[in-house]
Design a binder for this molecule. Structure first.
Ligand SMILES: N[C@@H](CCC(=O)N[C@@H](CS)C(=O)NCC(=O)O)C(=O)O
Length: 214
């Protein structure tokens, strides 16, 4: 029998885990959460490496499949559930384009935050190299949202969830969403959606079952 329950492996400090978790929460879908303790290095243990060769989170398991890389997980969830998939084929490709850009550019926001939060030993010169790239990524997203509510089409899509999800911890790296009016308004639109929560409220520190909204 094929197991139809979605199982997400992730960590509460991880923006990459937050992205699929937020998708599932906004979609109101039931799923199981399995915590991976990054601080203790559980992601590098053989059992986890068997699921994710990169030794990272997140991992989604569903119907006998194992899917890794947060944006691939978002793509999979949109395709299999129909939630947060834009309307036209062109828009579907555009949403994937935003996710690819996100992985190039907003990753710098995650890097700066990672150094600030977890790696005080990293020399300031290195942080200073990534900070302008992080600021530029936030500026680009802010400019792209000028005069529009969502990154693609006229509704929230995986593009918005992916881009917001990786910039959610920006403040922990001393980067500001609030100072960018279009980004701040977009974040507030996401925040107003049923099921929305910030990572520390959404992602449990222990294994958990989510029954979704009926
Ligand atoms: N490109 C990957 C990045 C995943 C990633 O960097 N995960 C981090 C947490 S946000 C992780 O597992 N770090 C632990 C490690 O690398 O040891 C994705 O989007 O899934």
């Amino acid at each position: 029998m094929i197991d139809d329950r979605l199982v997400l492996h992730g960590s509460f400090t991880s923006s990459s885990s937050y992205k699929p978790m937020l998708f599932l929460a906004l979609a109101g879908l039931p799923f199981s959460f399995r915590t991976v303790n990054l601080k203790n290095g559980v992601q590098k243990e053989p059992a986890h490496l068997a699921l994710n060769r990169y030794g990272q989170v997140p991992v989604l398991r569903h119907r006998g499949l194992t899917i890794v890389m947060s944006n691939v997980v978002l793509d999979y969830l949109a395709r299999t559930t129909g939630h947060f998939e834009p309307k036209t084929e062109q828009q579907c490709w555009q949403a994937r384009e935003w996710l690819a850009w996100e992985n190039d550019a907003i990753t710098n926001v995650a890097r700066v935050r990672h150094f600030a939060r977890f790696r005080p030993d990293v020399p300031q010169d290195i942080v200073n190299f990534f900070r302008p790239q992080a600021e530029a990524a936030l500026d680009f997203a802010d400019k792209s949202l000028q005069g529009r509510e969502w990154l693609v089409g006229d509704a929230c899509s995986i593009a918005d969830i992916g881009c917001w999800g990786r910039m959610v911890f920006a403040h922990e790296g001393g980067l500001s969403i609030d100072q960018r009016p279009n980004l701040a308004a977009w974040r507030d639109r996401l925040r107003a959606m049923p099921g929305f929560a910030l990572p520390y409220d959404l992602i449990p520190k222990k294994d958990a079952e989510f029954e979704g909204r009926t």
